[in-house]
Design a protein around this ligand. Structure first.
Ligand code: PLP
Length: 328
């Protein structure tokens, strides 16, 4: 279905605005996607132009000059980079191991599971903390986690990933249960102009129709790939939380492996029906292990994905042996 791409809707016969009047405030495709995501998460959803747009809006709404944000270590790199950029505005960032109790902070930001380190928050410790809690649930999705039930005040998604699922839309979302907080977020989003496009919202409506089935299939494929990776002689360490499609593992020469695949696309991003893999060191530096590869297992035939990965791992192992022979 084609979304309504109008930016304006006429006022009624009395000159009063109806539900939709200017697209930066709300539009039909956005409202439809928000209703469905809210239903899945059990709260009120808002869409944004991207996951980072959602993070920016949440931070501008919940932080003040002097606020310390305690952020999960090994969580999405862009989040910590954004918060550091905002330090001149008085926001202080502390990164902490989310498997342990959080430090004192005015805002707690966890990621379930953290991308790409794949740790999980200690929810009991999170609930015991007095600060408002944001949970980035991009990788778990509401199929595997209802973060509002766990104690989060705001659930955040890069809906660019699993929720939409086809690498065809850039958008973010928040879900909350506190009507006052929802209105504050909505106002900040609208004034900052961080609104999702109608086309992206329509892609989300379509993606949510198959979310449950896709997530189960991602899990099935990723579980099998993680199991085989654990047995592979060229792989040093495998991280997989047991659900969803994201696996990260360490190898000696990640560039050689990522550039040798044919089925798995060597690209950034994650969460789509197409498998993608990349070395994260190029972006994140020594914050993460140098050899870490982040693999988002798609919905291709798992044997085809494994054959591709196995060949790429063999190729890189041969390259390393040759190089060590040459250097002797
Ligand atoms: N949160 C997580 C866990 C992510 O993986 C990403 C993007 O990779 C983001 C947030 C940012 O989302 P977007 O790229 O839609 O702005």
């Amino acid at each position: 279905m084609e979304p309504d791409r109008s930016t304006i809707w006429p006022y009624d016969e009395h000159g009063d605005p109806g539900r939709f009047y200017y697209a930066r405030y709300a539009h039909p495709a956005g409202a439809a996607a928000e209703a469905e995501l809210g239903r899945l998460e059990g709260g009120d959803a808002l869409l944004y132009a991207s996951g980072m747009g959602a993070a920016t809006t949440v931070l501008l709404t919940l932080a003040r000059p002097g606020t310390t944000v305690a952020l999960a270590e090994g969580a999405y790199f862009g989040t910590s980079t954004l918060f550091r950029r905002l330090e001149p505005w008085g926001v202080r960032l502390v990164e902490y191991d989310q498997t342990r109790p959080p430090p004192p902070a005015g805002l707690l930001w966890v990621e379930a599971p953290a991308n790409p380190i794949l740790t999980e928050p200690d929810w009991e410790a999170v609930r015991a903390h007095p600060a408002p809690v944001v949970c980035d649930a991009t990788v778990s999705t509401p199929v595997y986690l209802k973060a509002l039930d766990e104690g989060a005040d705001v659930v955040l998604h890069s809906a660019t990933k699993f929720l939409t699922g086809h690498h065809n839309a850039l958008l973010g979302a928040t879900v909350t249960r506190d009507p006052e907080l929802t209105e504050k977020l909505r106002t900040m989003r609208t004034l900052a102009g961080i609104t999702a496009s109608p086309d992206a919202a329509a892609a989300l409506v379509r993606g949510l129709e198959t979310l449950e089935e896709r997530m189960r299939a991602h899990t099935e494929n990723a579980t099998e790939i993680a199991r085989r990776l654990r047995e592979h002689p060229s792989v040093e360490r495998v991280r997989y939380p047991g659900y969803s499609g994201l696996v990260s593992f360490d190898v000696a020469d990640p560039r050689a492996v990522e550039t040798a695949t044919r089925v798995i696309v060597n690209a950034t991003s994650l969460g789509a029906v197409t498998s993608t893999m990349e070395s994260r060191h190029r972006w994140e530096g020594d914050r993460i292990p140098r050899g870490l590869l982040r693999l988002s297992v798609g919905l291709e035939d798992v044997e085809a994905v494994w054959a591709d990965l196995d060949a790429a791992l063999g190729h890189s192992a041969q390259g390393l042996t040759l190089r060590s022979q040459v250097s002797k």
